[in-house]
Design a protein around this ligand. Structure first.
Ligand code: ADP
Ligand code: MG
Length: 286
């Protein structure tokens, strides 16, 4: 590989908003066989919105917003926005604890409360009616969080985050090039599958704890070289582990630092363009 040819490749790409760190990255992109995507903020817009509340809306939002007030999770922002619209002011909490990949626990009015997925339920059980409502909402591609207060499950909040306009087209283009597409997410299997179906992704690995994303990338690498596309703090180890890490420009600083390629426009079609560019560059050099 001659440096000049590489410069041409990377210079042209930079004008398109595809930043490639060095020639090795561009070369590695040429042998990718599997493209793994994070869900939230990568395949989807990353702007989750509350769509449904099961239970007494005011009570559920009061407890939920109090719990989420100190959380930095994107789902927390959606809940706080909804509470504000309903003119509910989050109350003070004590003993706040964010549980990675699960949710938040704290005491509200001196009573234990939680919000998150079913991993946080411990010895609580959803009524069969609520379980059915939860499954229905999840199959509509909505993330559902459970709200518990004073030893009772008081409600459910459904949150939707729509796929980006170009995600389906980008996945189709990758598949046409013979690449395998995979979604890797901490969200629930049913929600993940529903979104994967909307955009045409082949394989779904769901319910993944943040610390386990890189391990899943390693497993996929045993079959063939892998590109990982992500944006979050918890995506950084997977971005470094992958043969090519591709970060969204809108992502967290640590994700951007961990990526060998950064997509300034946050458009998944630029994943396809980056792979094409690599192929063209290395075809020319050979
Ligand atoms: P992702 O891979 O989509 O970024 P995370 O690992 O951040 O997922 O979270 C996985 C799941 O944990 C969420 O879908 C949600 O059910 C639950 N969860 C995590 N943090 C929170 C929170 N602050 N409030 C409610 N639920 C949460
Ligand atoms: Mg994300």
């Amino acid at each position: 590989a001659t440096p000049t040819a590489l410069m041409v490749g990377t210079g042209r790409s930079a004008k398109m908003g595809i930043l490639i760190k060095n020639g090795e990255v561009l070369e590695a992109a040429n042998s990718i066989k599997t493209v793994v995507f994070d869900k939230t903020g990568t395949i989807t817009e990353g702007k989750p919105q509350v769509t449904d509340i099961i239970g007494d809306e005011k009570t559920v939002l009061a407890i939920a917003s109090s719990l989420e007030n100190d959380s930095e999770h994107p789902l927390a922002a959606a809940i706080l926005t909804k509470a504000k619209q309903a003119q509910i002011i989050p109350g003070a909490v004590e003993n706040f604890k964010a549980v990675e990949g699960q949710g938040v626990q704290a005491s509200v009015n001196g009573k234990p409360a939680f919000i998150g997925n079913d991993k946080l339920l411990a010895d609580h059980e959803l009524s069969s009616e609520m379980a059915a409502q939860m499954q229905q909402l999840q199959s509509e591609a909505k993330t559902v969080v459970i709200v518990g207060y004073a030893d009772e499950i008081i409600g459910l909040i459904a949150i939707q985050d729509a796929p980006k306009a170009s995600s389906a087209q980008a996945i189709a283009a990758l598949k046409k090039r013979g690449l395998q597409t995979v979604m890797l997410t901490g969200d629930n299997q049913r929600v993940a599958r529903a979104i994967a179906d909307q955009v045409g992704i082949d394989k779904v690995i769901a319910d993944v704890l943040p610390g386990d994303k890189a391990d899943h990338v390693k497993q996929l690498q045993q079959v063939a070289p892998v590109a990982f596309v992500g944006d979050g703090i918890n995506d950084a180890p997977a971005l470094t582990t992958a043969d090519v890490g591709i970060a969204m420009g809108s992502g967290t600083d640590i994700a951007i630092e961990s990526g060998g390629i950064v997509l300034v426009k946050n458009d998944l079609l630029d994943v396809v363009r980056a792979l094409e560019l690599s192929q063209q560059t290395f075809k020319r050099i050979k």
